[in-house]
Write a protein of this length. Structure first.
Length: 425
């Protein structure tokens, strides 16, 4: 009997994990990617210190997937945070738990891990076909690819799409597959930016603030926000001023709530505590002790307020209020910032939206296209930064691989039947 042929399209963490699981089980895997090399977003993630996963208790970890927890939790039970750390160790990459309980490779880098991973996959017989852009389906379940030598058609017994979301399209995942799946009757939720920055109010920053502080961090602050449904966010951290608004880790953490509130109300107001380690009474007492000094130098010497925090005070308070100690103190503890639009999807760290779980079975196979599996960020789930994105992407690749194996073992092949993989038309 001919050996079953599997096509994996997309060489990000989800596709590579599926390739690993299948090839380890002795299945011949052909992996296709539009880009000249695989794992580009993974490598970029490594630039900021690759955050592989999170070491919080499993019960807390699964909460991060919000409304999609019921779908993601069973996947994490198969391949969760500890399994990911063990897997990295198996590739010779030790990990450590940072102060925030985020887990990183000891050298913080992605490249050594990806190198070792690809070495393992090649040794297991995975064949890589770069510069193959999937452009849809040919007759039956055959797959069409655009290549530099023209179009080719590939037949496979089962195929996995792991094409990523739609953020940072220059790294390969551009979401151009959405109409292809919709035509096939597979339901895809519209993209939304996740872990994204925001533009602030209609008038934005003053030109002075934007010119002087764009790109500068607000360090040791806290953000508080409560949406219209009583969902609350309050956390310490840091974020960055941009020319038109705000971005950075603390903003990403609250971004889903802000985005959803803007979608309903057109705006969302969060409060920044510029001195989270001091009580309102301490701040008020310090502000009241101002003598002949300018407000800026008084706040700097008494409260250690740096230039960007001081400037924010001037952005949000009218000039006359700057003489009112009670208002200054209250604003230092809760400076209101109104955001009116998330930054576009292509700038976001990740995306919400994608193939709806309702279009799939428990093994991530599209019910409208038997033999076609979907994994990774192209599925409709979202999570904050903190290693949750990589963990769930890889977990879904592992789940799809196991379902593909089960399907092959049952002899339930796609309607096009076994045929020559990679057969140019
Ligand atoms: C700047 C940045 C930093 C990040 N840092 C972290 C972090 O520290 N921790 C974390 O958990 N997550 C992080 N993420 C998110 C994480 O990288 C992604 O969630 C993850 O890579 C998704 O994996 P994936 O396999 O689903 O998709 P991707 O990694 O996006 O891979 C998809 C692959 O599919 C290919 N492809 C797309 N369309 C086609 C097509 N039509 N034909 C053929 N091939 C195609 C692409 O070229 C790509 O190789 C970060 C993201 C960004 C942008």
């Amino acid at each position: 009997m001919t050996q079953p042929q599997i096509a994996i399209i997309g060489g990000g963490p989800a596709g590579l994990m599926a390739a690993e699981r299948l090839s380890a089980a002795g299945v011949q895997v052909d992996l296709f990617d539009a880009m000249p090399s695989v794992g580009r977003k993974f490598l970029l993630a490594g630039r900021g210190g690759l955050n592989l996963t999170h070491a919080e208790p499993f019960a807390d970890f699964v909460q991060r997937f919000g409304a999609r927890r019921p779908q993601i939790e069973p996947m994490l039970e198969m391949f969760g945070p500890q399994a990911l750390r063990d897997w990295a160790q198996g590739l010779g990459i030790e990990t450590f738990v940072g102060t925030s309980r985020r887990v990183f490779p000891t050298d913080m880098k992605a490249a050594p891990l990806l190198r070792a991973w690809l070495h393992r996959l090649r040794a297991a017989g995975v064949r890589f076909h770069m510069r193959h852009r999937w452009i849809g389906f040919a007759q039956g379940a055959a797959l069409r690819f655009a290549t530099s030598d023209g179009e080719v058609t590939v037949r496979a017994d089962a195929a996995l799409l792991a094409l990523g979301g739609a953020s940072w399209p220059r790294l390969g995942s551009d979401g151009s597959w959405v109409p292809l799946l919709r035509e096939r009757g597979i339901d895809v939720a519209p993209w939304q930016p996740a872990n994204c920055g925001f533009d602030i109010g209609a008038s934005g920053w003053t030109p002075f603030f934007a010119e002087r502080f764009a790109g500068q961090p607000f360090k040791s602050v806290a953000i508080a926000f409560e949406d219209g449904q009583g969902r609350r966010f309050a956390r310490k951290g840091e974020f960055v001023a941009t020319a038109t608004g705000i971005e950075g880790s603390l903003v990403y953490a609250v971004s889903a709530l802000l985005r959803d509130q803007i979608a309903v109300h057109g705006r969302a107001t969060l409060h920044v505590d510029l001195l989270p380690d001091r009580s309102p009474a301490q701040v008020l007492a310090a502000v009241q002790q101002r003598g002949a000094k300018s407000l800026g130098s008084h706040l700097k010497s008494r409260l250690g307020l740096d230039a960007i925090k001081s400037a924010l005070l001037h952005e949000v308070l009218p000039r006359e209020a700057l003489h009112d100690a009670a208002r200054v103190a209250a604003t230092l503890k809760a400076a209101p910032l109104t955001v009116t639009a998330p930054r576009p999807v292509d700038e976001a760290i990740s995306t919400a939206g994608g193939v709806r779980f309702e279009a799939l079975d428990a093994g991530l196979m599209a019910t409208a296209a038997p033999g076609l599996f979907i994994a990774g960020e192209m599925l409709d789930w979202e999570a904050p930064t903190g290693g949750y994105l990589l963990t769930a992407s890889m977990a879904s690749g592992a789940v799809a691989a196991s379902a593909m194996r089960a399907r092959l073992a049952d002899g339930r092949l796609v309607p096009s039947g076994p045929a020559d993989v990679y057969s140019p038309r």
